[in-house]
Design a protein around this ligand. Structure first.
Ligand SMILES: C[S@@+](CC[C@H](N)C(=O)[O-])C[C@H]1O[C@@H](n2cnc3c(N)ncnc32)[C@H](O)[C@@H]1O
Length: 214
């Protein structure tokens, strides 16, 4: 059974999938997050990774050439279709796409050296429960890398965007949830800052990368 939150997100992201990559702001954010993950995590060419909420693969397609295999997952079949077409065009044979909603489906049986996710946690109602699922998806010593907004006033999306469960996160709260889920070596850094100008006023939204190990 899907909740209204999941339905809003599937409907919205299916609808905007074709235009998602047109935004220079989204492309710059994703590139910065991918670079921050590559800097923080000692990725090896044999690693199998799972990306959660991959969208059109702005982050994952940059990391895939450094990995043995990337299972790129998302709630939205429309976003995944855009990614699959890009991966085919780029000859990225090691990238596989799969519709997956870990808030209501069983996780895959496979275990991964790396699980990563960018700008998806704020769409998830029960983040601590998802962190437990991520922990179970990792090999012993495996790495988790999560990027999302620092706590903000709701101005990032504005009042009219459905499917938003959190106005960013306090890094200290996420760190606490990660420790509760069994993660260790938890470290946070700022990966990027998004600037949005509305009505002549520019607001800055820092985006963290938190890494942790199973
Ligand atoms: C803001 S977009 C980010 C996409 C991509 N990570 C990027 O950086 O461009 C959030 C993504 O999370 C996905 N999403 C939202 N809720 C989800 C859920 N419950 N399970 C899996 N994916 C979800 C959406 O479909 C969307 O592709």
């Amino acid at each position: 059974m899907s909740t209204p939150l999941q339905e809003h997100n599937r409907e919205r992201f299916d609808r905007i999938a074709a235009d998602w990559d047109d935004s220079p702001t989204r492309r710059a954010l994703a590139a910065a997050v991918a670079d921050a993950i590559a800097d923080a995590v000692p990725i090896a060419p044999h690693w199998r990774a799972l990306e959660y909420g991959c969208g059109t693969g702005l982050v994952g397609a940059r990391l895939a050439p450094r990995l043995g295999h990337l299972l790129a997952t998302d709630l939205s079949p429309g976003m995944l279709r855009v990614l699959a077409a890009k991966a085919r065009a780029a000859g990225l044979a090691s990238l596989e796409t799969r519709v997956l909603d870990l808030t209501r489906e069983s996780p895959p049986a496979a275990r991964f050296e790396l699980v990563f996710s960018s700008m998806t946690l704020h769409h998830i109602a029960d983040v601590p429960a998802l962190l437990h699922v991520f922990h179970g998806l990792l090999q012993p010593d495996g790495w988790l890398a999560l990027a999302d907004l620092d706590a903000e006033d709701g101005g990032f999306h504005g009042p009219d965007v459905p499917g938003v469960a959190h106005h960013g996160f306090e890094r200290s709260e996420l760190t606490h949830w990660l420790a509760d889920a069994g993660f260790r070596d938890i470290a946070a850094r700022t990966a990027h800052t998004v600037e949005k100008t509305r009505d002549g006023h520019t607001a800055r939204y820092p985006v963290f990368l938190i890494t942790a190990r199973r």
